[in-house]
Design a protein. Structure first.
Length: 263
């Protein structure tokens, strides 16, 4: 470990180009492992929420997506799929060569603080977008790294001597707020750098996502059933979510190293 707290090859500042090249190298080094982590969370969650909940497994194809489906889809990805994939991929990046199964189990173990923080972040971002849009975009970037904070810095606890009820309340509050606070602390002073990295990470996922979803959409239209479109969306998210997650993990270490540097 280096002074900043991460593996020596990770815990150092990188320019954006070097960060992206390293991320692509990590993904190319263990593609099946990252895909397995992406599929472990994307497939069951999207099947339950979109396939059964929104009846996309049995419904007829509709070219125009209903607003409720857009909202549910966005919330499912932001609150459930993305945080869990982020944690799983972060553990793959720092853990040497752990099996995807062990990584998935560890992500599930961390799901309580992770999902509580994700819900809090979703509420804050939604309020920011509803009010003036810009505050919401600011919070998306500021809280972008909360899954890495949960995965790589552990679950916050309440070690102080307090009554059981006080400790319980403190721990619950820490589970929700500490990952968001830690993400904001890392991005403080580097918001534009983080925003640029977030944009590049999503653009890296956009190209394969479009290449996958377009033919599946055409298939769905041809058979007049929604399930091929859902299959394409699940496959696309299985592939693209790990890309964003690995870039986010390297950004986490990059900002951690920069914050540790003396001015």
């Amino acid at each position: 470990m280096s002074a900043g707290g991460g593996p020596p090859e990770l815990d150092r500042p990188r320019d954006l180009g070097a960060l992206v090249r390293h991320a692509l190298g990590l993904l190319a080094g263990r593609p099946l492992a990252f895909l397995a982590v992406g599929a472990a969370f994307t497939v069951p969650i999207q099947l339950v929420v979109s396939g059964f909940g929104l009846e996309q497994l049995t419904g007829r194809y509709e070219e125009q997506v209903e607003p409720v489906e857009l909202v549910v889809g966005a919330l499912t990805s932001y609150v459930l799929v993305t945080p869990l994939v982020m944690v799983g991929c972060a553990l793959l990046v720092v853990g040497g060569t752990p099996s995807p199964g062990r990584v998935v189990l560890r992500a599930v173990e961390l799901s309580t603080p992770l999902l509580l923080a994700a819900i809090a972040a979703a509420v804050g971002v939604a309020l920011g977008l509803f009010l003036l849009i810009l505050p919401g975009l600011y919070l998306v970037v500021r809280w972008f790294l909360f899954p890495q904070a949960v995965a790589l810095e552990g679950r916050p606890g309440a070690a102080e001597e307090r009554s059981p009820s006080a400790r319980s309340a403190s721990t619950a509050s820490s589970w929700v707020l500490e990952p968001l606070r830690r993400s904001g602390q890392l991005i403080e002073g580097f918001w534009f750098r983080a925003a640029g990295t977030v944009m590049v990470a999503n653009l890296l996922g956009l190209v394969p996502g479009v290449l996958i979803t377009v033919p599946f959409q055409a298939w769905a239209a041809g058979v007049d059933r929604e399930w091929p479109s859902l299959a394409g969306a699940i496959l696309a998210e299985t592939i693209t979510a790990p890309i964003v997650a690995v870039v986010a993990t390297l950004l986490f270490f990059d900002l951690k190293a920069r914050q540790a540097q003396p001015f």
